[in-house]
Design a protein around this ligand. Structure first.
Ligand code: F6R
Length: 361
């Protein structure tokens, strides 16, 4: 049950330190700088030349993050919305590894993309939460995110576990491919991942998202901007917000703002700036362009980050590895969405028109 929590979503947000501990248990060795994914037969990676990630919704945002990790490690990676895969993938071969990312393992569009990949001779490794799901049964190999059952329709803890699983898988792939190599700072990243459960507890306990939400009700629209590794976090922040508050929310690459979306910015459109990771300063510059048009800027980043002084409100994340800062920023945004939806009296665990598992195309 929900226990002491008003909603499953809040319980699942709080549960992320535990679920993420399970995701990484036995899989990270910071001292050796090594990742272990025991259920994955490494032979599946023989001859891999490029990677396609396919997913829908929140899982698509996790896939974007995974693709960035692969690209940084020198692996050619592309991301597709699963519903677009058959038409947009172009030629594939047995050198293509397709990674369907799906919490439920039952999403019709993602299963369809998986079947397309198999028909086109690609090899497939699904990243899923559900052992025994259709995706797990049909893919050549599976890597499980171990987040435990998620009841809230809005994905929270499963996103966090998907991202971390994809971080680990990306480094495993990079270690096996001749032209790629794991990150030089892999030991530091793995050590930071071991610390994330503590950092999550800290964020959840100290977050000021609830008081912020009470000031931000019923504006015209809410925008979320990020760049590079924080872009998927911005997109996910906006998706979560619209799903459960029913308010208009959009996520953009921060560099995209002045190419159109800036026309929408007024004093009635708060802008959440993801000031995390190496691209934070450029996002601060873009946020200031919105602020000049009257928008309130809510920065999300470390206490001594580049956007603190510029922000009208600021949600803090621990000053850990930049990759991990993005995950912690996402948790702040989960809390913002939750508390906004709660104060608007929305049906948080079962938003209108949405289903936990979308089994039709
Ligand atoms: C958002 C959400 C959906 C799912 C999407 C894919 O909170 O839950 O966008 O992420 O329907 O579902 P899975 O991951 O089960 O394939």
């Amino acid at each position: 049950g929900k226990g002491a929590f008003d909603h499953y979503m809040l319980k699942e947000i709080h549960n992320q330190s535990t679920s993420l501990s399970k995701t990484i248990r036995g899989r990270v060795d910071p001292d050796e700088g090594k990742v272990a994914l025991d259920e994955l037969d490494p032979e599946i990676l023989d001859g891999v030349e490029n990677v396609h990630l396919v997913a829908c919704g929140t899982s698509y945002h996790a896939a974007l993050f995974g693709a960035r990790m692969l690209t940084d490690a020198g692996v050619r990676a592309r991301v597709f919305r699963a519903s677009e895969y058959a038409k947009m993938a172009g030629p594939t071969s047995d050198g293509t590894l397709v990674i369907p990312v799906t919490q439920s393992g039952e999403t019709a569009d993602t299963l369809s993309a998986l079947r397309t990949a198999t028909e086109r001779d690609a090899s497939t490794v699904t990243v899923t939460n559900v052992v025994g799901s259709t995706a797990a049964r049909e893919a050549d190999e599976s890597v499980f995110i171990r987040a435990g059952p998620e009841i809230g329709v809005a994905a929270t803890k499963t996103f966090t576990s998907q991202v971390v699983t994809l971080i680990l898988l990306s480094q495993k792939i990079a270690a096996e491919l001749p032209d790629a190599s794991p990150r030089e700072d892999l030991s530091e990243l793995l050590a930071a991942l071991e610390q994330i459960p503590n950092h999550i507890d800290h964020v959840v306990e100290t977050s000021r998202a609830e008081e912020l939400a009470s000031r931000l009700l019923e504006y015209d629209a809410y925008f979320f901007i990020g760049r590079g590794m924080s872009r998927p976090v911005a997109l996910e922040g906006a998706l979560k917000f619209k799903e459960i508050t029913y308010e208009h929310a959009e996520g953009f690459a921060s560099g995209q703002l002045k190419h159109g979306p800036l026309a929408l910015v007024t004093s009635q459109t708060p802008v959440f700036g993801l000031f995390t990771g190496e691209d934070a300063e450029k996002t601060v510059t873009n946020a200031k362009e919105a602020q000049t048009r009257g928008a309130e800027i809510i920065g999300v980043g470390p206490a001594d980050g580049p956007g603190v002084a510029e922000s009208d409100a600021y949600l803090e994340v621990p000053d850990t590895h930049p990759v991990c800062q993005n995950l912690l920023a996402n948790i702040q945004l989960q809390l913002v969405s939750y508390h906004t939806a709660k104060q608007l009296d929305r049906a948080i665990d079962k938003p209108r028109n949405l289903a936990k598992s979308v089994t039709v195309q």
